[in-house]
Ligand binder design. Structure first.
Ligand SMILES: Cc1ncc(COP(=O)(O)O)c(C=O)c1O
Length: 404
């Protein structure tokens, strides 16, 4: 398959054309530093000399409030989503909890897609219990179900696309349109972690906020934990900034530097992740020990057409169900030699996990089964290795698991 990005007549089209250039340059103009350093300096200083004794918020004062290395990163992240504001936090979950605490108060309702990341699910359930919030998880692939679930108290709509681990593509533009025309005008947040800013631009599709775990594709090297919130809405930006400053779950300047370094190759990495993932998905689809393959780039994927319309590509996650039981899946994982058994995603190295006992371990059993998260379901994050090595590794491990 060609990795050429599909043509779009959305606001994002022009922007995505220049994505790689922005990833390499936006926010890093050498002229902003006295030294004209091309890579932003790691400014570890927590305090800055004040021109006047009183605080001037435009100046650097204290690193929890504002830091030059973090500023460079936030400028770049905003540019990559064609947005005015971006804020980074010490993890994806920290970005999630910031958004939720800024937007949801006692008596409010949260409407979330029924297949969110396990950590988001646990956090929302706990938050609901602690703060008298109602959280409802619904199948948002059905627009009527979504519409019917909105109430005057709904203050937040939390979407994740594609869903985890079933890789269902949800129609962000249609959902945002419905939410925005509802009288309570809930804020629509999209967790864009699986696609990254390169393959999906939620703000261009009508969402108010893009949330990402930058720990995955955006950083891309499995060595930084970070999250972000990106928006064009000044009112939301003020709330996020205020929580970032007061709660203080900010990223270190060194982590910001690593993220900047990772972002510079995001466009190249994503194209290669996708190329390898498509080859793996095609291979698995033809394998006799495999029952089901879910990859949005396959014509057999139930929302393949929607994925082509909404996204600029299909990313690097492949989910499949092997023949057998959870024990077969465990033997399969143990038989892999190149692909590592690990539960994260988005790094250079390919990893595999069994979602029912890792990322989604805390989902109630009946919910897991309803979503199709069975014990023999395996999620692969396809990395940047030579694809022939990955395919051989999968073939040997599948055969080994089937024989045992
Ligand atoms: C889709 C998704 N959202 C959010 C998170 C949370 O991010 P972090 O681990 O950076 O806190 C993850 C982590 O795996 C994730 O996969």
């Amino acid at each position: 398959m060609s990795t050429k990005l599909p043509d779009k007549s959305t606001q994002g089209t022009e922007h995505i054309k220049h994505f790689g250039t922005n990833a390499i340059h936006a926010g890093y103009e050498p002229e902003q530093w006295k030294s004209k350093a091309i890579m932003p300096p790691i400014i570890n200083s927590t305090i800055f000399k004040l021109d006047n004794p009183e605080f001037n918020e435009d100046e650097y004062i204290y690193t929890r409030m504002k830091n030059p290395t973090r500023d460079s990163l936030e400028t770049c992240l905003a540019m990559l989503e064609n947005a005015n504001h971006a804020y980074v936090f010490s993890s994806g979950m920290s970005a999630t909890s910031t958004a939720v605490s800024a937007l949801v108060h006692a008596g409010d309702r949260v409407l979330a897609t029924n297949a969110v990341y396990g950590g988001t699910y646990s956090y929302l359930c706990q938050y609901a219990k602690d703060y008298k919030i109602c959280v409802e998880f619904v199948d948002v692939t059905n627009l009527d179900t979504f519409k019917a679930a909105l109430t005057p108290e709904t203050s937040l709509v939390w979407l994740e696309c594609p869903t985890n681990p079933m890789l269902t593509i949800i129609d962000i533009a249609a959902l945002a349109r419905i939410a925005k025309s509802y009288p309570s005008n809930p804020v629509v947040v999209v967790d864009n972690t699986f696609m990254s800013s390169y393959f999906q631009q939620p703000l261009c599709l009508g969402a108010d906020v893009t949330m990402q775990s930058l720990s995955k594709y955006m950083g891309g090297h499995s060595d930084v934990l970070m999250g972000c919130l990106v928006t064009n809405r000044h009112d939301l930006a003020d709330k996020f900034k205020s929580i970032q400053m007061s709660v203080g779950s900010v990223s270190t300047p060194f982590d910001c530097y690593l993220m900047i370094r990772g972002l510079k190759t995001l466009h190249l990495r994503m194209r290669e992740h996708q190329r390898n993932a498509l080859a793996v998905a095609n291979f698995l689809e033809s394998h006799k020990e495999v029952d089901l393959v879910l990859y949005p780039g396959l014509p057999s994927h139930p929302q393949h057409e929607l994925a082509k319309k909404q996204c600029y590509g299909f990313s690097g996650i492949v989910t499949f169900r092997l023949k057998g039981t959870i024990d077969t899946a465990k033997i399969f994982l143990k038989s892999l030699k190149v692909i590592l058994s690990a539960s994260s995603l988005g790094g250079c190295e390919s990893v595999a996990c069994i979602p029912s006992i890792t990322t989604h371990a805390y989902f109630p059993v009946d919910v897991k089964l309803k979503l199709g998260i069975t014990g023999n379901l395996v999620r692969l994050s396809i990395g940047l290795e030579e694809v022939s090595d990955l395919i051989q590794d999968l073939d040997v491990a599948l055969t080994n698991a089937a024989r045992s």
